[in-house]
Design a protein around this ligand. Structure first.
Ligand SMILES: Cc1cc2nc3c(=O)[nH]c(=O)nc-3n(C[C@H](O)[C@H](O)[C@H](O)COP(=O)(O)O)c2cc1C
Length: 188
């Protein structure tokens, strides 16, 4: 199998991380892969914030859970009220992805960049998990969301939408989830 396909099939969501930090030079290479994603009209409407400060990551997790405690879905409230649940699974680094609000297809473009990052991380033997949960912190503009946007130096006109947790996996093999069948038809 070629190397690219192998990396795509190997990528799994990792939720148990070692404490070991990721070298900054590797983080930069991983983000570069994100910036090479396609984007509508080549707007590249993304901004990446790399956070590797444990205290800050714990605080973001705590504040996000506080907001999610009022979520209409019981499933989400269940995570939010679980004291053991850390939204980034105690990963040593995260990349917070913000999209340019008045771009043409910013969420789609950021999703493409995110997948590139997940695959690049996999190629370096680094575990990753797409974390949408953090979006609860930024969905509505509140005093707390404004405080974070300022503290994290998110550029004006951009809004955080999701994050990627990154670190070295504690597990050698993460089970492959069941994949749906019959999701394709060929018209010749
Ligand atoms: C849009 C999106 C949002 C996600 N949000 C979360 C999340 O908040 N927390 C989490 O643990 N996993 C999250 N995931 C990861 C999915 O749960 C995971 O991709 C799925 O279960 C399939 O597993 P795999 O990534 O190992 O193939 C998200 C994935 C996507 C694409």
């Amino acid at each position: 199998m070629n190397e690219t396909l192998n990396t795509i099939l190997k990528r799994r969501s990792c939720r148990i991380f070692k404490e070991d930090k990721i070298d900054k030079s590797i983080l930069k290479e991983i983000i570069k892969a994100g910036t090479y994603a396609p984007s509508a009209m080549n707007q590249q409407p993304w901004h990446f914030t790399v956070i590797s400060n444990k205290e800050l990551l714990d605080k973001i997790s705590f504040d996000t859970k506080e907001i999610a405690k009022n979520h209409p879905l019981e499933y989400i409230r269940g995570y939010a009220t679980n004291e053991k649940f850390h939204i980034f699974y105690n990963a040593p680094s995260i990349i917070l992805i913000s999209h340019m609000e008045n771009a043409y297809e910013p969420k789609v473009d950021c999703a493409a960049a995110t997948e590139n990052i997940l695959l690049a991380a996999t190629s370096f033997g680094i575990g990753s998990c797409w974390v949408e949960f953090v979006s609860y912190l930024f969905k509505k503009e509140t005093e707390i969301s404004k405080k974070y946007v300022e503290k994290l130096e998110i550029p004006s006109g951009y809004k955080p939408i999701h994050a990627i947790a990154l670190g070295y996996s504690k597990l050698d093999n993460i089970p492959v989830p069941k994949h749906k069948e019959n999701t394709v038809n060929f018209i010749d």
